[in-house]
Structures are given as structure tokens and as C-alpha cells.
Design a protein around this ligand. Structure first.
Ligand SMILES: [Fe+2]
Length: 377
């Protein structure tokens, strides 16, 4: 038996109204000035001002960096880092879905370790823990608010860099469903399917453990039970809360069992065409699992049952995943998203270099990855 590790932030707050409690708990850390990393939409929605106000009540000053783009880039990290240094911030607060958390991790990691974010591509490349990061989640979700995964687009190479580093783990994660109620349908659907992908990839991963299995299967059943409801009516707070738990459980699973080819391939689509992460995963998930079924049939049969299917087979799991994706409005194929057949060999090249693919249960050749991309077109 090989030794395994389990990574998770030391404090994780969940449930309606926990945002206020989270900011109150920050006082005891002795922080003086926070860099709030977010995007323009959340500034417009008044959420950044709300967090600034709550911090001020705890005598913590703050400055807002709202320059995070979807699929955050090295330039975004550099701009945030400059603002952090200018203001001598001693804590970073990320506010948003995956992109602000990932960008904030990049900023906080380079702030302490120096150099540039590209230096940390790969697994555990940094020497020291990042600046303390408090991650307030507004989607359900990438689970980036509680993972050691940081995905940054290197715009010069048109690829997404996977930075997997224990030092990027936030110290405090916040999942308050009240901050998620404003998510539009399409974002609820895409982020929910991302969470499903995390759970399924972690469950069939070569380094899954009994702990990650329990988290993954519970996540799958919650998503099967509540994602349609959350998409249908964003104000359905029970569905929002259950999806917040589901994405967190899926995060616990993949933060420790890692992922597979769905993410390795989706990262390339995101980096190449600037497509939304969750949508790329949702389209690729059934195709990659159809490829995996040869070696992971028993595991996918468990997924079928967790999805509520009567038939415990890989085929039933794949059918149920496709049905859920269609029900929440995910496009049927990659061609609809503008993916070009001619780009597939390059995309496959880069997918095989992505660290997330290392734990996929079946090892693919370049030609096989191309085949999965073509099947998903
Ligand atoms: Fe993901």
C-alpha cells in the first residue's frame, strides 16, 4: 500500500449567512489590509463593496482588484500583484467562481515566492506557503475556493498551465448560498457540470481512496438531485445550498484523487478558444468515460447508481450524464462551440502534457486523444 495525503483548508464555512461570520473570524488573524481579487460583474452586483464593508467593520482595510478575466491570464496575475505590492496588503481575499480564486492564488504565491507565475507550473514547485488567502465562493462550482489547483492561461503559449501546489491552499473557504443566488442559468449549469466532472474523474482516478470515493459518490447523487432545480429557479435556496455542498464534496475528492483526461482536454479548449471551463468539461465527460469504460466499468457502474439509474453499468452512467447535460442546456458538441477539426492534433499534444491527465484510469496515445476530441465534435 502506498501512503496518501489529504489536503483541505483548515477552516471551511458553509451555509446561508456564513459570509458575515467568515469575515468576522478574519479579525483573529490580525490582518491589516486585504487585496480583494474579483471581476467587474461582482463589483457591479455590489458584492465587492459588501465584502469591503464587512472587512472595515473588523478594522481591515481593503483595495479591490477587479481585473480578473474568465480563464485568468499571467497578465491578470501580474496586474493584481502590482496592486498588492503598492498597497502592502498582508492578506488576499478572492471573491467569485474559479477565475478570481485561481488568479488570487497566483498573486499570493508569487508575492511570497518571487519570480513569475510560469515558474510554478507543475506539482509543488514553490518553496514557501503563499500569502494567506480567504476564498469566498459565488458559484457551485469549480471548488477552487478549497483546492490546491490553480489554472492560469499563459497567453504567449495559448495554453492553460496547471499549477498543483499544496502552498496554494486557501486558509479559509466560504460557501454561502446567498452569494450564489444571482448566478444566471447558463453559469449555474456550466459550473454544476464542472462539479460533476470533478466527482466522476476523481472516482475513476488511479489514486482514489476510500475518503475521496465517499466524497465523490455523495457529490454525484446531490448533483443528480439538485442541479436541474438550481438551473430552473436560481432562488431555490435548498437547491443552491445542496449544490454548494455537492461542489465542495467534489472538490474534496479531486483535490486529493486528482482528475483525468476530461480536464486535461478541456484546459486546452479553454486556453486555445477562451471557452468556458464547465461547458467544455460537460461536453467531453461522456466521451472520455466511454473511452475509460474498458478499464473503469465497475467504477462507472457505481456512478450510474449514484446518478439515480436503475441499471448499474458504465453505459447507463454515460447516458445519464448526457441527459443531465442536455436538460440544463449544455451544447451537444464541440463544433457548436467553434472547435475546429484542424486544431485537434495540437490540442491533443498539449492535453497529453497537462498534469491533470496523469491519473486517468486508461493511458491514451495521441491518436486516441484525437479520437475522443473528434467523437465530441
Ligand atoms: Fe474543473
Amino acid at each position: 500500500m502506498t501512503a496518501t495525503a489529504f489536503f483541505i483548508p483548515s477552516l471551511n464555512l458553509m451555509g446561508a449567512g456564513c459570509l458575515k461570520q467568515a469575515v468576522e473570524s478574519m479579525r483573529s488573524y490580525g490582518f491589516r489590509k486585504a487585496l480583494i481579487v474579483t471581476d467587474g460583474g461582482l463589483v457591479k452586483a455590489g458584492l465587492a463593496a459588501k465584502v469591503s464593508g464587512l472587512l472595515a467593520e473588523q478594522d481591515i482595510q481593503s483595495v479591490v482588484f477587479d481585473g480578473v478575466q474568465p480563464n485568468p491570464s499571467c497578465a491578470n496575475v501580474n496586474a493584481g500583484l502590482a496592486l498588492l505590492k503598492e498597497n502592502n496588503c498582508d492578506v488576499v481575499v478572492s471573491l467569485g467562481g474559479g477565475s478570481p480564486h485561481d488568479c488570487a492564488k497566483g498573486i499570493a504565491l508569487v508575492a511570497v515566492n518571487g519570480g513569475k507565475i510560469q515558474d510554478y507550473e507543475g506539482v509543488d514547485k514553490s518553496a514557501k506557503p503563499q500569502l494567506p488567502l480567504v476564498a469566498i465562493n459565488t458559484t457551485a462550482g469549480t471548488a477552487s475556493e478549497m483546492t490546491r489547483f490553480c489554472i492560469i492561461t499563459d497567453e504567449s503559449r495559448h495554453i492553460k498551465m496547471a499549477i498543483v501546489d499544496k502552498h496554494t491552499t486557501p486558509i479559509l473557504s466560504v460557501n454561502d448560498p446567498e452569494t450564489m443566488a444571482g448566478m444566471p442559468k447558463s453559469l449555474t449549469a456550466a459550473t454544476g457540470m464542472d462539479a460533476l466532472t470533478h466527482a466522476v474523474e476523481a472516482y475513476v482516478s488511479t489514486i482514489a481512496t476510500p475518503i475521496t470515493d465517499a466524497c465523490a459518490l455523495k457529490a454525484v447523487s446531490l448533483i443528480a438531485g439538485f442541479l436541474r432545480r438550481a438551473v430552473e429557479n436560481g432562488q431555490d435556496m435548498e437547491a443552491r445550498e445542496q449544490m454548494a455542498y455537492a461542489q465542495f464534496l467534489a472538490g474534496m475528492a479531486f483535490n486529493n484523487a486528482s482528475l483525468g483526461y476530461v480536464h486535461a482536454m478541456a484546459h486546452q479548449l479553454g486556453g486555445f478558444y477562451d471557452l468556458p471551463h464547465g461547458v467544455c468539461n460537460a461536453v467531453l465527460l461522456p466521451h472520455v468515460q466511454a473511452y475509460n469504460a474498458e478499464v473503469a466499468g465497475a467504477r462507472l457502474a457505481d456512478v450510474a447508481l449514484a446518478l439515480g439509474e436503475k441499471e448499474a453499468t458504465a453505459e447507463a452512467a454515460i447516458r445519464a450524464i448526457k441527459r443531465l447535460a442536455a436538460d440544463v442546456g449544455i451544447p451537444a458538441g464541440l463544433a457548436e462551440l467553434g472547435v475546429k477539426e484542424a486544431d485537434i492534433p495540437t490540442l491533443a499534444d498539449n492535453a497529453l502534457k497537462d498534469a491533470c491527465g496523469l491519473t486517468n484510469p486508461r493511458v491514451a496515445t495521441h491518436e486516441e486523444i484525437c479520437g475522443i476530441f473528434r467523437a465530441a465534435l
